[in-house]
Design a protein around this ligand. Structure first.
Ligand SMILES: Cc1cc2nc3c(=O)[nH]c(=O)nc-3n(C[C@H](O)[C@H](O)[C@H](O)COP(=O)(O)OP(=O)(O)OC[C@H]3O[C@@H](n4cnc5c(N)ncnc54)[C@H](O)[C@@H]3O)c2cc1C
Ligand code: SF4
Length: 309
């Protein structure tokens, strides 16, 4: 048997279950230790090594790390890893002087098509190396699906703007309302681009082609499109009773907006949510004022129920 190689990061990934379960392999134990010591800015910067949006993830991540948390074996519920990430982000203070800055220009130009998380990650990594990054975004703002598909009660615009700003402020030349409709034309631009990154996303929901779909008409919405319409304020209400089909993030993001309530008769919903899913329709209705607070509380309750189920 070979001796353990503790220089190999995979060793730590495998023995620290939450870190291994996190798609970004965030160093969870270390950042929670830092928070416990009140070192929020250090915890934030450590998080930022693995993913560039700790404040956003602290509010929106589906947190696969938490079901893996070993604390569950003792306390029957995991450490609130995701919400602690939010704590570090909210209490970090001014970290401007710790953020990466643009490096001395190396003479190379890179075009990024789209200003979603993928292109922003490219810019975050290339700007400090001296690349000139030009970003073309067809819409009026940066963030991609993070901006157009996550409602503001879940992800305040200020958090989004703050973390996106950390990247764009590294001298990224971003051009809004500039859809790229010809790669040929882009490649022929002068000065020329040395590389083009296509970060246009895959923003299409899946149709459910079942008998009755056509007859349902405008009462049936595809999750991704519906959330985008809410973000752009094309929609501000939905009927009194809503049936949500599917057990993915847009479903539970959509489940508690402004006064709508969600109900699903699907078995998969109940299996996934555990006993709280049998809550009576209407019980998620929140008073008009202070809805986001109510949602946070509900969210915490759900997190525990998931851990327990
Ligand atoms: C409700 C919801 C919740 C989610 N939660 C999470 C989560 O918790 N964790 C997670 O990791 N992922 C999550 N995701 C998935 C995540 O949002 C996507 O994987 C991610 O946004 C993809 O990033 P992207 O940059 O590739 O594309 P997008 O975010 O789709 O961005 C593409 C950008 O390109 C622009 N664009 C498109 N075509 C052109 C063109 N021709 N010219 C110029 N610009 C163009 C668009 O306007 C857009 O701004 C979630 C998705 C949804 C819908
Ligand atoms: S909350 Fe999300 S990003 Fe953070 S450690 Fe867990 S899985 Fe990783």
């Amino acid at each position: 048997m070979k001796p353990t190689d503790v220089r190999d990061p995979n060793y730590f990934h495998k023995v620290v279950d939450c870190q291994w379960a996190c798609p970004a392999h965030t160093n969870v134990p270390e950042y929670i230790r830092l928070i416990a010591q009140g070192r929020y800015a250090d915890a934030y910067m450590l998080n930022r090594q693995s993913n560039i949006f700790p404040g956003i993830l602290g509010r929106t991540c589906d947190r696969p790390c938490e079901p893996a948390c070993r604390r569950t074996r003792i306390d029957e519920k995991p450490v609130a890893i995701c919400r602690l990430k939010r704590v570090a982000a909210d209490l970090k203070g001014d970290i401007t002087d710790r953020l990466p800055t643009a490096g001395a220009r190396n003479g190379k130009r890179v075009a990024c098509i789209g200003a979603g998380p993928a292109s922003l990650a490219v810019a975050n990594d290339l700007a400090p190396l001296g690349y000139e990054v030009v970003m073309f975004e067809k819409g009026p703002s940066a963030g991609g699906l993070m901006r157009t598909n996550v409602p503001v009660f879940r992800l305040p615009r200020s958090v989004l703007d703050d973390e996106i700003g950390m990247i764009l402020n590294m001298g990224v030349d971003i051009r809004y309302n500039t859809p790229v409709d010809s790669l040929k034309a882009l490649l022929q631009q002068t000065p020329r681009f040395d590389a083009v990154f296509v970060g246009t996303g895959a923003p299409r929901g899946k149709e459910l082609d079942l008998p009755g779909r056509a007859e349902g008409g405008d009462r049936i919405h595809i999750g991704i499109d519906w959330l985008e319409s809410v973000a752009f304020e094309h929609i501000d209400k939905i009927g009194e009773r809503v049936l949500i089909i599917g057990v993915a993030t847009p479903r539970w993001i959509a489940a508690a907006p402004r006064g709508a309530w969600a109900a699903s008769t699907s078995r998969s919903w109940r299996a996934a949510r555990g006993p709280t899913s049998r809550r009576r329709p209407g019980s998620w209705k929140t008073p008009k004022k202070n809805r986001s607070t109510s949602w946070s509380t509900t969210s915490r309750r759900r997190s525990s129920s998931r851990a327990a189920s």
